[in-house]
Design a binder for this molecule. Structure first.
Ligand SMILES: [Zn+2]
Length: 72
């Protein structure tokens, strides 16, 4: 797996990387809807005005988000 690089800031979101050791459970990717397995480094995007709507994303899906608009 390639290392996670610098995250670009996204207006309206707090975006941070989740390290493999922090990923203690399985998540559903907000981009593709598939599982992000426990122990997989990924990205979490938290809308600043709606923190309850935080979504976890595969790194690759996040990088490609301009081509795959987030749902919800
Ligand atoms: Zn995905």
């Amino acid at each position: 797996m390639p290392p996670i690089r610098q995250l670009e800031p996204v207006p309206g979101f707090e975006v941070r990387r989740v390290q493999p050791f922090e990923a203690v459970k399985r998540y559903v990717c907000g981009g593709c809807g598939n599982s992000i397995e426990a122990g997989t480094g990924h990205v979490v995007a938290v809308p600043i005005d709606a923190p309850d709507l935080r979504r976890h994303w595969h790194w690759g899906c996040w990088q490609a988000r301009d081509r795959r608009r987030p749902v919800g």
